[in-house]
Write a protein that binds this ligand. Structure first.
Ligand code: SF4
Length: 457
């Protein structure tokens, strides 16, 4: 349910124009992927890869409504039979991918996630089937590994939650965005607070160990008072995790049709609400894990933060999912516009199994890109990272490879502990607040150019 956007061009000078360039939840971004003319066989791509601690991600590209801020790959108004046909295709894809991964040293999964879209758009019976695909087709032991599932308030029904809890879900992430009905409408996510509260009650009754609540700040009409009210409404449920997202207005989305996304006053509002929210949570027993993520200090551990984008080895199933080997990130075609998304889903459900044995769209991740990816993912965590680990992996130091960028961040007061030469590179609180400017500054020129050349559809 999280969203991303392509970055705007970097501006000259020492400070970027806005702290809100883009949310870098995966690098390289999908808009830098291109059709792979040779359509490499998955069997060859995965032949030399470690397969003993992979992540499994299953993507369900359906939602009841299209939120105004969302540019994820998802469709609304799925006709009867489409979700069943989608699961049939997922089954065929899982078979083909499992075969490509090899039978003898079969894969072992260390984490699993169902994302979207809204996985709970599926019925309870369909969710059983989704779990069967993960377990019986892919060999993931869902009761033994962290399993994270995204849900919306309206679809977090008791029967679905019972299935998810029984099948081993350890984390349920509920996209609430705001507890204020007027703000929810302004974000084009119409819902009533009473329905959200009822959904939260059902989630707690299901006894899934970790509840995450997503909230958004920067909504039209939102004030410090209403933001604190939403935060307190969320805190009343003692969620183990909270994600606080700045609102972005993106091309081809509901809000993107109405308003431009450049406004210094809006940047100010978002920064102010961010700091307010951060301090509110820190004062109430939460620790900050990244700009967006806060975890209750006594919450059970859940594996790596931002699980879906941290690991090198990831198997994504479904037509919007990415897969990662060490040298190639790949997926299917990508779109934001509803008409295009429908076409891609229809194409996916009509494919025979043999079609899933090859990669189609993707981007090579060479050593330079792997270093950038590592730096982006590690530096944007609140704990930062040990430069000795970087040296062990790459044979050089972050200063050798990114001295210019790191010095610039240090000049802006964004690097803690004495700056670029500290044994542990870590952002200051202001650096964390500017994570969405720091990430895009670390993109390679080639990725930047590919993203700029991407034709939105
Ligand atoms: S529920 Fe809203 S934010 Fe989540 S994927 Fe669907 S449209 Fe996007």
């Amino acid at each position: 349910m999280t969203t991303a956007t392509s970055p705007r061009p970097r501006t000259a000078g020492t400070h970027p124009a806005s702290p809100y360039q883009s949310y870098v939840y995966a690098y390289p971004h999908k808009t830098a992927y291109r059709r792979l003319p040779e359509r490499p066989l998955l069997r060859d791509l995965w032949a030399g890869e470690p397969k003993d601690a992979l992540s499994l991600y299953l993507h369900i590209p359906f939602c009841e409504v299209r939120c105004g801020f969302c540019n994820l790959f998802t469709r609304i108004g799925a006709p009867d039979g489409l979700t069943g046909a989608y699961l049939d295709a997922l089954d065929r894809q899982a078979d083909a991918v499992r075969e490509a991964l090899g039978e003898q040293d079969g894969p072992r999964f260390a984490t699993a996630a169902f994302g979207g879209g809204t996985p709970t758009f599926l019925t309870a019976a369909e969710l059983e089937r989704l779990c069967d695909i993960a377990e019986h087709r892919m060999g993931a032991d869902l009761r033994a590994v962290p399993l994270s599932v995204e849900a919306s308030p309206a679809t977090a029904t008791t029967d679905r939650l019972e299935v998810l809890a029984a099948r081993g879900t350890t984390r349920l992430s509920l996209g609430v965005q705001s507890f204020d009905d007027t703000e929810a409408r302004a974000a084009v996510r119409p819902q009533r607070r009473a329905d959200v509260e009822a959904a939260l009650g059902r989630v707690r009754e299901a006894r899934i160990p970790v509840l995450n609540i997503d909230l958004i700040y920067g909504i039209d009409g939102q004030t410090e008072r209403t933001w604190l009210r939403s935060l307190d409404a969320a805190l009343a449920w003692h969620p183990e995790e909270l994600y606080l997202y700045p609102l972005y207005i993106r091309p081809l989305t509901g809000l993107g049709r109405r308003a431009p996304d450049t406004d210094p006053a809006w940047d100010e509002q978002r920064l102010r609400l961010y700091r307010l929210g951060r301090d509110h949570l820190l004062a109430r027993g939460y620790t900050q894990r990244s700009m967006r993520m806060f975890r209750r200090a006594d919450a059970p551990p859940q594996g790596a933060d931002d699980y879906a984008c941290q690991t090198d080895g990831m198997i994504g199933l479904g037509c919007g999912a990415r897969s990662y080997t060490a040298g190639l990130h790949y997926s299917f075609d990508y779109a934001v516009g509803m008409h295009e998304i429908r076409g891609i889903i229809d194409d996916y459900v009509s494919r025979p199994a043999a079609d899933f044995a090859r990669a189609e769209y993707g981007r090579t991740v060479d050593t330079d890109e792997a270093r950038r990816r590592h730096l982006i993912q590690s530096l944007l965590q609140a704990d930062g990272f040990d430069t000795a680990d970087y040296r062990t992996r790459f044979g050089s130091t972050p200063q050798d490879d990114f001295g210019t960028e790191l010095s610039r961040f240090a000049e802006r007061g964004w690097l803690a502990d004495g700056g670029t030469r500290a044994p542990r590179l870590r952002l200051t609180p202001e650096g964390l607040a500017h994570s969405d400017a720091i990430g895009p500054e670390l993109f390679s020129p080639a990725v930047r150019a590919a993203m700029a050349a991407y034709e939105r559809k």
